[in-house]
Write a protein that binds this ligand. Structure first.
Ligand SMILES: [Mg+2]
Length: 96
């Protein structure tokens, strides 16, 4: 997989990866909206999820898998704490 990420980066460059990630996220957003309204089937959402999953892999590799994993763990711990506090209202996830 890393060889594919490296080859992709070398062929199209860094900025193109950011643009592609944005585009794929937008396509997933549109697919989810359409799915909710019954305009597309489940497979359309799955296909867009696959595109976004690949882009997340690319970007995670570019930014550093260890750093991303560390951040994921931090956010999972926060989510776990939120779930353990039944009185607490749901909070919007932090951007940072
Ligand atoms: Mg797509």
């Amino acid at each position: 997989m890393e060889q594919l990420y490296q080859a992709t980066l070398e062929k199209w460059g860094e900025e193109a990866q950011y643009d592609q990630a944005v585009e794929e996220c937008a396509e997933l957003i549109a697919a989810l909206k359409h799915f909710r309204r019954g305009k597309v089937d489940q497979q359309a959402v799955i296909d867009e999820l696959a595109d976004v999953t690949l882009m997340l892999g690319q970007l995670t590799w570019m930014f550093g898998a260890d750093a991303v994993e560390k951040s994921v763990q931090k956010k999972l711990e926060k989510l776990s704490r939120l779930l353990e506090s039944p009185d607490q209202q749901q909070e919007e996830p932090e951007d940072g």
